[in-house]
Ligand binder design. Structure first.
Ligand code: 5GP
Length: 178
């Protein structure tokens, strides 16, 4: 049986950082029209839940689902839209909320697609970033943590649908992936 993922970022460190991000976002959007928090499924669902509850500004929640990794941690290349946003984003302030930015392809695809729908503004928030892996040009306006090139799980992130509900971010070592 696979061993428990090794702790990379503890629950309390995540909690503190999410509150800091929420404070910054609340400040930046204060006085503006309602902010649309656009969570990228599935990985962002816990981050989005905590972030949205810590904000002090008017906000609504939307979801979008894309798929870039068809089998476990092996990249498939292209990004595929699996579920679109339900409401219109035209003329609204949109904040894309991602779990992790790796090559940046997913975020790049989303920004391009959403920009064509004429939102009032579009910014990005990611809990994690594998900085040295990023090849697509993307700006992360609000970032939780930079990490190395390891496969992480927990706090919404999975490996083969396992470990999403771990309260911390943990590392799955290659030997434990089967
Ligand atoms: P990108 O398009 O930036 O290469 O990949 C972004 C997506 O890849 C994330 O939304 C996530 O679904 C997946 N991903 C990349 N690295 C990891 C990782 O270490 N752990 C998990 N669970 N997902 C990852």
């Amino acid at each position: 049986m696979a061993t428990k993922p090794e702790i990379l970022i503890s629950e309390s460190v995540i909690h503190t950082r999410v509150r800091e991000l929420a404070e910054q976002i609340s400040k930046d959007y204060s006085g503006k029209d309602e902010l649309v928090l656009l969570g990228v499924l599935k990985g962002s669902f816990i981050f989005l839940a905590d972030l949205s509850r810590a904000l002090t500004i008017p906000r609504t929640i939307e979801f979008i689902a894309v798929s870039s990794y068809e089998h476990g941690s092996v990249p498939s290349g292209a990004v595929r839209l699996v579920m679109d946003v339900r409401g219109s984003i035209e003329g609204r302030h949109v904040l894309i909320v991602e779990d992790i930015v790796d090559t940046g392809q997913t975020l790049h695809y989303l920004i391009d697609m959403l920009k064509s729908r004429n939102p009032a503004s579009i910014r990005t928030c990611a809990l994690l970033h594998k900085a040295h892996m990023t090849t697509a040009e993307v700006d992360i306006d609000y970032l939780g943590f930079s990490i190395g090139d390891e496969w992480v799980v927990g706090y919404g992130l999975d490996y083969m649908e396992q470990n999403r509900t771990l309260p911390y971010i943990g590392i799955v070592h290659p030997d434990d992936r089967n």
